[in-house]
Ligand binder design. Sequence first.
Ligand SMILES: [Mg+2]
Length: 329
Amino acid sequence: MSEKRDAILIVDDERFNLTVLKDLLDPFYDIIVAKNGEQALKRSFANPPPELILLDIMMPEMDGYQVMQRLKNDAVTRDIPVIFITAMGDAANEEKGLSLGAVDYITKPFSPAVVLARVRTHLGLRHSLHNERLLNNQLVSLNEDLASKNSQLVELNKRLKDLASVDGLTGIPNRRRFDEFLLQEWKRALRDQTPLSLILMDIDFFKPFNDNYGHAEGDDCLKKVAQTLSAAVTRESDLLARYGGEEFVCVLPETDICGLNRVGNHLRDAIIARNIVHAHSKVAPHVTISMGGVAIIPDRTGSPENLIQSADKFLYKAKEQGRNRLIVE
Ligand SMILES: [Mg+2]
């Protein structure tokens, strides 16, 4: 594989100098020559421009400094490294050349080793600088890409989290979400010593409903009940969730027994009003729910599990006492 050779522009008004430098560098680089400032500029603006310029200072008409200024004034040529060629021991010229932006200087008569070493060094620097810029640009666009991917990820995560907390059949919060919510509200009520209410509820005679109407109708009934209950729980701070099977649960933060009774009866009435036909219920010709409710101010001896157990106990009592009712503690 042949590697592309770097192009070097050599500018000198003396043919002898041009020949010496060209012979020295020709085996390693593509050499372009210019005999005066005007040619030098013309060739510097070629496409592609040279990778490096060796520029004689002392030239008639346009000297090296003027050429240098023109190069530095144009964005196309500004970054091409320029090495000045100066007469031996001309410290003042060297200094001026460096201040104009030359990267280095070499002195006449030429030492082949020095010329080669400096040319190599500055081409190497130019290439690493170029690569660094390329990498930097890539990094910038990667970062932009990453930022946009990240916000997509945040959005996806949010949706995933929402999905993980929603019951697939009914679309209302699921058991997992309920557990999380209850624990959080338990802690808050314990800390603030505010009342916390919980209602556990169950569709009456749901097994005969399923047995007689089939599972598709059963699922439909669950969806309607979930919809009706969740529409009836209007306070932002409350949570209605599917507890499992035909059981639902409602958490009411900062709610005492009066509030609990009000919400419970409202839920029961809403289900009755929905009037889902149930010819196989023993309490009504439509779907009804039984409910067990507990209102407490949490203390350290209790737990969310105890709260659920108590509500379950009262739910059992509601079933025993004829269903379609709310029993509270
Ligand atoms: Mg000269």
